[in-house]
Design a protein around this ligand. Structure first.
Ligand code: NAD
Length: 369
């Protein structure tokens, strides 16, 4: 069987530090599980500006488009803050998302038992939580026309337009149904069909796609404001939530924070399935390049390692290996392994970035997975 190809773009700040730990897990899978990847590495963001003069070279973009999945660390930092907007490191990431047409943003909210007390909600509400929010990323009110600030009579008016085509709704709905089949087979679609025509169309199209191609998946609908309430009241009732760009922006932040530290949060952005059936895919931690701690070897690599686990589950049909990695992370946390960002008031000695990566590999070795 041909090896899957992975393009790693470590980027800036703590990006290269956390990606070095992901490499350890990738190597472990090749060594111990016979799942070897053809891994390439390249530059993005400030690192690419310094070496190549642009935040994403055309050749790097071409490699990203050819790879089975891209793993990105983080981009940006004070060194490049003075550059004009169009030349900033972040433009590299935006260009990747645009050119790869990554229209579905996946944000899981997963609560490890050992970290349940970190949540602002009660332990029993969040312990064991595992939900996935699929947010439409390339349309809706952030892109719709007309937009702008106009003068009407003797005052100004600010306008944004919520606009969705049937095909834009259908493709993100498909993504959600496909993902649900790899999980607990349930999708809850959220909109505001009670007050918005775009919500009425959203509900109609999701229902039609479901009836036509995914009748085996359990589909429910919920108004997004009720969804926000339910996410804080009883989040474990959900498996996959699919929603538009604006509601997804709010609901995914809300859901992510149910589970605590930024250093723990993975994400993925998916595009259309290619000829091989796999979607174009970019996996990255939610956090940025953390210039305040970069170079000190104290960043938490778990968000990046869990992003790789998402790649295994959603790009490589290796959900059992993803489970194994997630269980190994859980075992390290349960044994008290903590990077500095996860230290509670009880104190203790934090693990370095490398020691956390080693502990996860040791847990994999010990069969914790
Ligand atoms: P940030 O996520 O980099 O950091 C916010 C805070 O969280 C900092 O105190 C940082 O030390 C801490 N933190 C983040 N990740 C951590 C980890 N893995 N382990 C331990 N602590 C962690 O956000 P910011 O400070 O607003 O932005 C810094 C730079 O990153 C900026 O240049 C910004 O543009 C960029 N950024 C990039 C991305 C991305 O690449 N996707 C996302 C957000 C911000």
């Amino acid at each position: 069987m041909p090896k899957f190809t992975l393009l790693i773009l470590p980027g800036d700040g703590i990006g290269p530090e956390v990606m070095a730990e992901v490499r350890k897990v990738i190597d472990w899978l090749g060594r111990r599980r016979g799942l070897a990847f053809d891994v390439q590495e390249d530059l993005v963001g400030g690192a690419a500006i310094d070496a190549q003069g642009v935040p994403l070279a055309d050749a790097t973009l071409a490699k990203a488009q050819e790879a089975d999945a891209v793993l990105l660390g983080a981009v940006g930092g004070p060194k490049w803050d003075g550059l004009p907007f169009a030349q900033k490191p972040e433009r590299g990431l935006l260009r990747l998302r645009k050119e790869m047409d990554l229209y579905a943003n996946l944000r899981p909210a997963q609560c490890f038992e050992a970290l349940a007390d970190f949540s602002s909600l009660k332990r029993e509400v969040v312990a064991g939580l595992d939900i996935l929010i699929v947010r439409e990323l390339t349309s809706g009110i952030y892109f719709g026309e007309p937009r702008g600030i106009f003068t009407e009579g003797n005052e100004r008016v600010g306008i944004n337009t919520q606009r969705y085509t049937e095909s834009e709704i259908a493709r993100v709905a498909r993504t959600a149904f496909e993902l649900a089949r790899r999980r607990r087979n349930r999708v809850c679609s959220m909109e505001k069909a009670n007050v918005m025509e775009s919500g009425v169309l959203w509900r109609e199209v999701v229902t039609a796609v479901h009836a036509r191609d995914y009748p085996d998946v359990d589909l429910t609908h919920m108004y997004a404001d009720n969804g926000a309430m339910q996410l804080t009241r009883r989040p474990k009732q959900f498996d996959v939530i699919v929603t538009d760009n604006l509601f997804g922006d709010l609901l995914s932040d809300l859901a992510a924070m149910l589970t605590g530290s930024l250093g723990m949060l993975p994400s993925a952005s998916l595009g259309a399935p290619g000829a091989n059936g796999r979607p174009t895919a970019l996996y990255e931690p939610v956090h940025g390049s953390a210039p305040d701690i970069a170079g000190r070897g104290i960043a938490n690599p778990v968000a990046s390692i869990l992003s790789f686990a998402m790649a295994l589950r959603y790009s490589f049909d290796a959900g059992d290996e993803a489970d194994r990695i997630e269980r190994a992370v859980g075992a390290v946390l349960a044994a008290g392994g903590r990077t500095a960002d996860l230290m509670g008031p009880e104190g203790g000695t934090p693990l370095s970035t490398a020691a956390m990566g080693d502990a996860i590999v040791a847990a994999l070795d010990a069969g914790a997975g």
